[in-house]
Design a protein around this ligand. Structure first.
Ligand SMILES: CC(C)(COP(=O)(O)OP(=O)(O)OC[C@H]1O[C@@H](n2cnc3c(N)ncnc32)[C@H](O)[C@@H]1OP(=O)(O)O)[C@@H](O)C(=O)NCCC(=O)NCCS
Length: 160
């Protein structure tokens, strides 16, 4: 953090989530998803089920983003449960970096495709996913608690 308390230019590092990150993740989650934030229980389950694919982005002491993915071993499918970037750090490639890192980890586990749900109105996220090679597979009407539809998007992981 800079002396002014604004975003610093220290490098942003990605590392696995640990329970010591929980409070900072919950703070970011509440800021970013006021309508349907995951709570403590959901994040601890994501940690339990997907340790290597729950990553946080930290800049010095400050948590500036995270991505949590799950692996369905039997179906060789990955699922992005959530991804978020601090509003002050957006449009600088961090969301893409988090996604690419987690997709690489899923690929290394033998995953053939990665799916996710996104609010049908969430243009920034849909734009990022499209650029990352995700396509809309179907619409799930009224998926979210406020009645908003979800797009199910999927990326098939080919050879690279
Ligand atoms: C979606 C989110 C993670 C993107 O993070 P980010 O670090 O800003 O993303 P990037 O800088 O890697 O952007 C990659 C591309 O996504 C698209 N994109 C990102 N933000 C956008 C916006 N506000 N409007 C339109 N397109 C956008 C652009 O194509 C962008 O590439 P460009 O900047 O070269 O044009 C971030 O906006 C966020 O945290 N949103 C709130 C949480 C959320 O909606 N998560 C997804 C839930 S399914």
């Amino acid at each position: 953090m800079t002396a002014s308390g604004g975003p610093s230019s220290a490098p942003i590092q990605l590392r696995p989530f640990t329970p010591a990150d929980l409070q900072a993740v919950l703070r970011l989650e509440k800021r970013v998803f006021p309508l349907d934030a995951y709570g403590r229980y959901e994040f601890l389950n994501l940690y339990r089920w997907g340790r290597e694919t729950f990553l946080v982005a930290v800049q010095g002491e400050r948590l500036v983003g995270y991505v949590a993915a799950l692996l369905n071993d039997s179906e060789k499918e990955g699922y992005i449960a959530s991804v978020a970037v601090d509003p002050e750090q957006r449009r600088a490639g961090l969301g893409t970096r988090l996604m690419n890192t987690v997709v690489d980890k899923l690929r290394a586990e033998g995953v053939a495709s990665v799916a996710l749900h996104v609010r049908a109105e969430n243009e920034p996220a849909i734009g990022m996913y499209r650029r990352l090679g995700f396509d809309v597979e179907q619409v799930e009407p009224h998926y979210y608690p406020d009645g908003m539809d979800a797009l199910v998007m999927r990326r098939v992981l080919g050879e690279r």
